[in-house]
Design a protein around this ligand. Structure first.
Ligand code: NAD
Length: 495
């Protein structure tokens, strides 16, 4: 087993980590700093700049200059080569990157390490796409006289704002397609988890990224984030985070009518039919929520189980949950790491008391997790509530913690209506051994992704995103490139 603790103390020693603007590593213009603490034990990992509007402005200027200057001269093949070099660099530094994420936001090391295929795949997938972007020659009403064609052009300067729950994948998913299309980026990581994003910028610089093509401004959402969303010289905002912040960003963007795409929250249903393979479904349904301590946008937090199997199924999910090991993310045996912050743990604890107060039964968990090994951290027991009804707060609101609400159902029409009765539409899961049932449910559920007899699969080549208040726009696949491209029509009079 690796000595992650020794590697951790070599990685972060409490010292200042500057942010990245125009290829330079700098403090905030105001000199303000924020602490980056390990949510598993409260220790200080580093301090980072608390950037504000002036830093965002400098970063946008640098991104604009790069977009109109040297970066515009990069050929598609050169952008492809750069993305491939970045992928190789990440692969060589993968353990350090993952350890950084584990320390900074708590995700168990086994899970951060396991994300490699997807993240390295994203970089290589978009490297491939960089040379595939092209317009069309389109026949018009004046054959032989006038020729019409289209070219695809990068939208320009992209402002990217991301949450704290998956910094490596979250930032690479924004940056890789932007670089493939020829855009430049100003990225604002979450104030809760900036360190890995700074490391990513450093690795990209080492791989040959030209100055200004990627800028990382660390800072608070209401300050640096809001300044980026409203900045008049940003052409496009790509945002991942809560629905409330997504709404604020969409409002801020109206001033300049900049394009926006939003990956927001969810309250995703998992439907377990009476003919499901229960042995296979139990761990998948449980981990659809408990992975990353429930801090996942696609968490299948409403567990609809057919009445015939409901009691057995929920009992087994609860048993599975009770067997999960809670601990420091850096411990290889940990299944459930910490919650990101005291504020977030407090919010989840509110739902833990609301459930029983509204009449739900605790099947397992229901408390904060405490103990000597968890000292100084914010931990919540994986929790399964039974006896839940659709109107309860735990069944309606996104908890973003390790909490499952189990609900029985009687027939398919009923469960489809209840599953869709939410403002969200990010994801859904279906467990059935009947192909017809699986097909019907997959088509009738209002969600950006539906997984059948599985959950959580996200692939660089497959589009991901939400409907309704889970947002709009798609990340992943060739559809993602559309978010970063404009189409120009060119008409030529041959006379
Ligand atoms: P959040 O909305 O609080 O913050 C996300 C980012 O927005 C942070 O960088 C924050 O600093 C910034 N921000 C906050 N206020 C802002 C403002 N007024 N203007 C501009 N930027 C602002 O979300 P969070 O708590 O960091 O993350 C959890 C949420 O993210 C959950 O709702 C979760 O479902 C969602 N999420 C969605 C996806 C997805 O792909 N759909 C993925 C991960 C997380």
């Amino acid at each position: 087993m690796k000595d992650w603790n020794a590697l951790a103390s070599a990685l972060y020693d409490g010292s200042f980590r500057p942010m990245f603007i125009n290829g330079k590593w700098c403090p905030a213009q105001s000199g303000a700093e924020m602490d980056a603490r390990n949510p598993a034990n409260g220790s200080l990992l580093a301090t980072v700049p608390e950037g504000g509007a002036a830093d965002i402005d400098a970063a946008v200027k640098s991104a604009r200059a790069a977009f109109e200057g040297p970066w515009a001269k990069f050929t598609p093949f050169e952008r492809q080569a750069l993305l491939l070099r970045i992928a190789d660099k990440f692969e060589a530094e993968w353990e350090r990157l993952c350890l950084s994420d584990t320390l900074d936001m708590g995700m168990p090391i086994q899970r951060t390490l396991a994300n490699s295929r997807r993240v390295l795949g994203m970089l290589r997938f978009y490297a491939g796409q960089a040379v595939m972007i092209h317009g069309q020659t389109i026949p018009n009403s004046f054959p032989g006289e006038i020729y019409s064609s289209t070219v695809r052009e990068p939208v320009g300067v992209v402002g990217a704002i991301i949450p704290w729950n998956a910094p490596i994948a979250g930032s690479v998913w924004k940056i890789a397609p932007a670089l493939a299309t020829g855009c430049t980026v100003v990225l604002k990581p979450s104030e809760e988890a900036s360190l890995t994003v700074l490391m990513i910028a450093r690795l990209m610089q080492e791989a040959g990224l030209p100055d200004g093509v990627l800028n990382v401004v660390t800072g608070l959402g209401a300050d640096a984030g809001a300044a980026l969303a409203a900045h008049p010289d940003v052409d496009k905002i790509v945002f991942t985070g809560s629905t409330a912040t997504g709404q604020a960003i969409a409002r801020a963007a109206t001033g300049t009518l900049k394009r926006v795409s939003l990956e927001l929250g969810g309250k995703s249903p998992v439907i377990v039919c009476k003919d499901a393979d229960i042995d296979k479904a139990v761990p998948v349904a449980a981990m659809s929520v408990f992975a990353n301590s429930g801090q996942i946008c696609i968490a299948g937090s409403r567990l609809f189980a057919a009445r015939e199997i409901h009691d057995e199924f929920t009992r087994r999910v609860a048993e599975f949950a009770a067997g999960l090991k809670i601990g420091q993310g850096i411990d290889e045996g940990t299944d459930i790491g910490p919650i990101i912050s005291a504020r977030q743990a407090e919010r989840i604890a509110g739902f833990l008391s609301d459930g029983p107060a509204e009449g739900a039964t605790v099947l397992t968990g229901g408390q904060r997790a405490e103990g000597a090994a968890l000292e100084g951290g914010h931990f919540i027991q994986p929790t399964v509530f039974g006896g839940v009804t659709d109107d309860m707060r735990i069944a309606r609101e996104e908890i973003f913690g390790p909490v499952i609400s189990a609900l029985p159902f009687d027939d398919l029409d009923e469960v489809v209506a209840r599953a869709n009765d939410t403002p969200y539409g990010l994801a859904a899961g279906v467990f059935s051994t009947n192909l017809g049932t699986a097909h019907k449910l997959a088509h009738r559920l209002k969600a950006g992704s539906v997984w059948v007899n599985m959950y959580h699969a996200i692939d660089p080549a497959v589009p991901f995103g939400g409907v309704k208040m889970s947002g709009y726009g798609r990340e992943g696949g060739t559809e993602h490139l559309e978010e970063y491209l404009d189409t120009k029509a060119i008409w030529i009079n041959a006379d």
